[in-house]
Design a binder for this molecule. Structure first.
Ligand code: FES
Length: 289
């Protein structure tokens, strides 16, 4: 059977992650840890049994640590990359702070992958714009890597990234590569610069002046809730259909399985129906954004 996301053949994988048993945590080993910002740590993981996990860009994992609990985290790498996968954990509570004490070689447990990721067949052969604010770069990085690895399957690729200040920028190696890459039109900004910052200063919507986005572009947005309505206003002025705007609402998830109701927006469950939604499907739902 061929995988829709990466065209790999299942028969080439000696062990496949058992995604059917989503209640059973599976052990992973931490291969690498990078202190990404003051609060965020970037983990590279591999399955402890040596298998390759099948997932789609935009899907999430439930990440757990014995004695502490479980938190939902978006996958931050593409299935087109190696037998490892990346997540980024922000220290905000008991579980995330405990996870961020772990080091290379330690175990972490995961359930998943969960939810629907980005609709790759809809995105292929189109102009793509990704608008990522703050830690919204983490789940979108899975799609960015995917597009970069399969560049010929997509047309023009633009990426806007906004951070509060230079110290909040994540994935510094990636940023460095994207700045010099002919494969992506990368534009970045910070709300507030410092003595070292030579780039754009201003909110993320100021980047629209730097790129002439075509009205038929497919746009992916992920970031803090306050960002969405301003970005969508800009997209409206460009003439982009709400059917061509995709929003990642992963921050609302908890159990990831349609059980706890934490992610419910009217009749939709973000964990089961999302976390990626077409904007036209949710724009009239109260509290969707
Ligand atoms: S996260 Fe629990 S129902 Fe969706």
């Amino acid at each position: 059977m061929t995988c829709n996301c990466c065209s790999s053949n299942d028969t080439n994988d000696t062990k496949i992650f058992d995604s059917k048993n989503l209640f059973l945590p599976k052990e992973t080993k931490i291969v690498k840890v990078i202190q990404s910002t003051q609060l965020e740590r970037h983990f590279t993981l591999r399955l402890a049994d040596g298998g390759k996990m099948k997932f789609y860009p935009g899907q999430i994992l439930e990440v757990s640590l014995h004695g502490y609990g479980e938190i939902p985290i978006g996958l931050a790498s593409s299935p087109t990359r190696e037998n490892t996968f990346d997540i980024v954990i922000r220290s905000t509570g008991r579980v995330s702070t405990a996870i961020n004490q772990l080091k290379e070689g330690d175990s972490l447990f995961i359930r998943g992958p969960l939810g629907h990721g980005f609709d790759l067949p809809v995105l292929r052969n189109n102009n793509i714009l990704i608008v990522a604010g703050g830690i919204g770069l983490c789940p979108t990085r899975s799609l960015i890597q995917y597009i970069m690895d399969r560049r010929s399957e997509f047309k023009r690729f633009s990426l806007f990234y906004g951070s509060r200040d230079p110290s909040q920028q994540m994935f510094l190696d990636d940023l460095s590569n994207w700045r010099g890459s002919a494969d992506v039109e990368f534009h970045e900004t910070v709300d507030k610069g410092d003595a070292t910052w030579k780039g754009n200063v201003g909110v993320i919507t100021t980047l629209f002046k730097k790129a002439n986005i075509a009205p038929d572009t497919k746009v992916i947005i992920c970031g803090p809730p306050v960002m969405f309505k301003f970005v969508i206003k800009e997209l409206d002025s460009v003439g982009i259909s709400h059917k061509n705007i995709f929003v990642d609402l992963e921050r609302r998830m908890k159990c990831g399985l349609g059980k706890c109701g934490h992610c419910q927006i009217n009749d939709k469950y973000v964990c089961v129906d999302g976390p990626v939604f077409t904007y036209s499907d949710i724009e009239n739902l109260e509290e969707a954004l």
